[in-house]
Write a protein that binds this ligand. Structure first.
Ligand code: TXA
Ligand code: MG
Length: 329
């Protein structure tokens, strides 16, 4: 970790969007709310600004960042949108939790993408961040690179308080837009060759994308494009994570170890374990998951047993994140 960084992190509210845009234009870092998770934003056209994101997060260079813009019309400034599929997907899913990986333009700072010829772009669906991005387009480039606003490898933040827990004193500001509504990161779809490839499941389902494109999408979440920006262990709390079925919980409770159980809690005696209940439905579950993982850490447990949701549109994304959180470190 780089401990040369000591800043006063300003707490901004939903009304401070122009000020947030000024900080971005001056090359600063601002954590912004989106519908998925909070992002740590900096001017996507400025190397020195983007470098601060990597420093603040402790993120290794070469892990590519997503560029966010206010409206679908602006995506063409950052990526080649000549493929007609871009427009079809944009009309159906933007603003919203879909990131498209497309050939990049020269405007994108090379630090955003490493040596790649592609860039991930999305239009987030959040009124406060929409206003920040609009204001930034008036005074500056209008595009922000923004990874999730957490220390590298940690659980993504779904509230401004989560952001401050990880990054207070390491970033210039955080805009509080309330808790995020989707709760897990965007779906990433690569549209570079003929075959559309799903690099990360998320808020938009593979089926919904296939319905718009009228063809199947290759599941490439462990392929080479993805591997470039991803480690097996990610989205991880400090405690050990074990993914279990509801039926296994009883046998896994061990009164000699501090344990939390997260999920639609089975109707059994949890003994000394702490239950952190999440709704059965996959949307409600995804919305609450990261806060529950952070709460379990704050309670100081050594192990977290997680029961995933069984059905619903966000099951794929939730299971993907849990597998990474449970991966050996
Ligand atoms: O919902 C989200 O996508 C959130 C919010 C803030 O927008 N952002 C987010 O960013 O999850 P991050 O950096 O935590 O994850 C972005 C992932 C990277 O790990 C990388 O694997 C992939 O996107 N990615 C970005 N650009 C890419 C590219 N050109 N090619 C392949 N993968 C790319
Ligand atoms: Mg992240």
């Amino acid at each position: 970790m780089n401990d040369r960084i000591h800043r006063r992190t300003q707490r901004l509210s939903a009304g401070d969007t122009e000020f947030a845009a000024e900080i971005l234009d001056a090359g600063g870092t601002v954590a912004i709310p989106t519908e998925t998770v909070y992002g740590l934003a900096a001017d996507a056209a400025a190397d020195r600004a983007v470098a601060k994101i990597f420093e603040a997060k402790g993120r290794p260079a070469g892990h590519p960042l997503i560029v966010h813009v206010a409206d679908a019309d602006r995506v063409g400034e950052w990526a080649d949108v000549s493929d007609p599929r871009v427009d079809e997907l944009a009309r159906r899913f933007w603003p919203g939790p879909l990131t498209l990986v497309l050939p990049r333009t020269d405007r994108v700072s090379t630090l955003v993408v490493g040596d790649r010829s592609t860039v991930g772009v999305r239009v987030p669906d959040h009124p406060v961040t929409h206003a920040v991005l609009e204001a930034f387009a008036q005074v500056g480039s209008g595009g922000v690179a923004a990874p999730s606003a957490n220390r590298f490898g940690h659980v993504s933040p779904t509230t401004a308080a989560h952001v401050l827990d990880d990054l207070d004193g390491r970033i210039d500001a955080v805009v509080d837009g309330g808790p995020t509504t989707v709760g897990v990161e965007s779906t990433i779809l690569e549209l570079v060759g003929r075959e559309p490839k799903l690099l990360r499941p998320g808020g938009v389902t593979q089926e919904a994308i296939e319905a718009v494109l009228g063809r199947s999408v290759i599941d490439d979440r462990s392929g080479p494009s993805r591997a470039a920006g991803m480690l097996a262990s990610h989205y991880a709390p400090a405690a050990e994570v074990v993914v279990v079925t509801a039926d296994e919980v009883g046998d896994r409770i061990d009164d000699t170890v501090p344990i939390a159980v997260i999920g639609p809690l089975p109707d059994i005696d949890l003994g000394s374990a702490i239950g952190l209940a999440l709704p059965e439905d996959s949307h409600g579950y995804a919305r609450g998951l990261y806060d529950a993982l952070r709460t379990a850490d704050a309670l100081g447990v050594d192990r977290i047993l997680v029961v995933p949701p069984s059905t619903g549109p966000l099951v794929d994304a939730v299971r993907d994140r849990l597998a990474k959180a449970a991966s050996p470190r």
